[in-house]
Design a protein around this ligand. Structure first.
Ligand code: URA
Length: 248
């Protein structure tokens, strides 16, 4: 048996705090009885739970690692009919959705789940999980440019937090450089905007790591199910990242 607000949040209805508001506002029914008490416990396998009269889906939780190709929308549907990430999930019955997003032109590691609480935890700005990207830029940026990216760049939405930045690979003729950059925030188009600010626009961007999960060996356009240990490690790392930040 679990608390009603926890079950609702895990089902992706909303954050736990919002679900508590729904309960106290009388919007939630358990087995056709309105429940307004936050202490109530339910059995997700047995009890029928409704929000605003609509039954909620208490499906089994599933967590996927996907290698997103470029030219695919990080969404479950696109009004313009372009390819979306869920088009690639051929054997998945559960209704999963992306954890955060990658730009249309960015490829690489994307997590998907039907666990709303997990998705919230990993993407909430108060947690600071590292995300590592390989950014290909034209030419060879000087070490001082990498230092600037590392120390923080003033963007229109504020200074970026310290990052880890290093050379990863270089053309023999020095036409392009691949730079590995690890950031601890998930702002919109952040890596592209950071490189634009130092006048080295990104030609190609790939996310290769998110917290403890790496893309290693997963072919482009393919997915795999994360096991319990991998999911637990991500949750633990997110919670730790909050404590670390607070103790600074
Ligand atoms: N930063 C970007 O610029 N784009 C992404 O898709 C992810 C991070």
């Amino acid at each position: 048996m679990e608390r009603l607000q926890k079950v609702l949040a895990q089902a992706g209805v909303a954050s736990r705090r919002k679900c508590e508001e729904y309960i106290t506002a009388g919007r939630v029914e358990v087995n056709d009885v309105v429940v307004t008490n936050l202490g109530v416990k339910v059995d997700p396998q047995q009890d029928e739970i409704k929000v605003d009269g609509r039954a909620i889906n208490l499906q089994k939780k599933i967590y996927l690692l996907f290698n997103k190709p470029k030219g695919v929308i990080t969404s479950v549907k696109d009004p313009k009919g372009r390819k979306v990430v869920t088009d690639y999930l051929t054997n998945i019955k559960e209704r999963v959705y992306p954890v955060g997003r990658l730009d249309y032109d960015t490829e690489g590691l994307l997590l998907l789940t039907n666990d709303g609480e997990f998705a919230n935890l990993l993407t909430h700005p108060k947690y600071h999980l590292p995300r590592t990207y390989l950014a290909t830029v034209k030419g060879v940026p000087h070490g001082t440019v990498l230092e600037k990216l590392q120390n923080g760049i003033e963007l229109e939405d504020g200074l970026t937090a310290p990052a880890e930045v290093e050379y990863y690979d270089m053309d023999p003729d020095k036409k392009q450089t691949v730079i590995s950059i690890t950031i601890y925030e998930g702002r919109n188009r952040q890596v592209r905007r950071m490189f634009e600010a130092v006048h080295f626009p990104v030609l190609k961007l790939k996310r290769v790591q998110f917290g403890s999960i790496s893309l290693s060996g997963l072919p482009r356009g393919k997915y795999r199910v994360l096991d319990k240990q991998e999911v637990d490690a991500l949750i633990a790392a997110a919670l730790r990242s909050h404590n670390v930040q607070n103790s600074k």
